[in-house]
Design a protein around this ligand. Structure first.
Ligand SMILES: Cc1cc2nc3c(=O)[nH]c(=O)nc-3n(C[C@H](O)[C@H](O)[C@H](O)COP(=O)(O)O)c2cc1C
Length: 189
């Protein structure tokens, strides 16, 4: 079956753009199209604890259960993750936008002050897990691969807690979103 004209036009536009993948603005714009779940990554203990908001969270393998998070090495969390050797991925529910803002550094809170105004509990690694997060995945740091400006954190999963019946907080095109029609399933995978 021949592809529709619109598809061919889009494909030739991509082929005609030699800078694609190299030019910073084009790359940045392409990344705006990646819809992502919003998580807060917590690390450290006591007065040394800190954390950051992240969309670069992915599962790595089932056996052993492991996760990947990409962390900017200019962030205050980088030294703490290496020292603490663990982190907790808190996948946010749609009503936890204010927590995403705090851990992104908006409003100026740093370190332990980012945890104020929410309830936390300790699971296995000592990093704090957010009560009422959509799901929390507590990880021991298996390896940190330093690449370009970031470090790829590989975490061995030590504990998981999930809150059922809650909707995710998403980030897309530079704004927080929630699923507008959560019951509309296109197809089950
Ligand atoms: C929606 C969103 C997603 C983000 N994703 C990441 C990420 O995946 N990795 C990362 O290193 N920083 C990410 N950031 C930026 C960090 O949250 C922010 O730079 C960090 O919390 C502030 O660093 P600081 O601890 O040095 O103040 C994201 C920010 C926002 C608002």
């Amino acid at each position: 079956m021949a592809p529709p004209d619109a598809f061919l036009a889009a494909a030739s536009a991509v082929a005609a753009s030699p800078e694609i993948g190299h030019e910073a603005a084009a790359f940045k714009n392409a990344m705006r199209h990646l819809a992502g779940a919003v998580s807060v990554i917590t690390t450290g203990q006591g007065s040394d604890r800190t954390g950051f908001t992240a969309t670069s969270v992915s599962s790595l393998s089932m056996d052993p259960p492991s996760m990947i998070v990409c962390l900017n090495r200019a962030s205050s969390s980088w030294g703490v993750v290496r020292e603490h050797r663990g982190f907790c991925i808190n996948v946010l529910a749609h009503d936890q936008l204010h927590i995403a803002d705090r851990f992104a550094g908006r409003g100026g809170a740093t370190g332990a002050a980012r945890y104020e105004g929410a309830s936390w509990q300790q699971l296995e690694t000592g990093a704090l897990a957010l009560a009422n997060a959509l799901t929390v995945i507590d990880c021991e740091l298996e390896e940190a691969i330093e690449r370009h400006s970031h470090a790829i954190l590989i975490g061995h999963v030590r504990a998981v807690r999930t809150r059922e019946q809650a909707e995710p907080l998403l980030y897309w095109h530079g704004a927080y979103r929630h699923i507008s029609n959560v019951d509309r399933v296109l197809t089950s995978a």
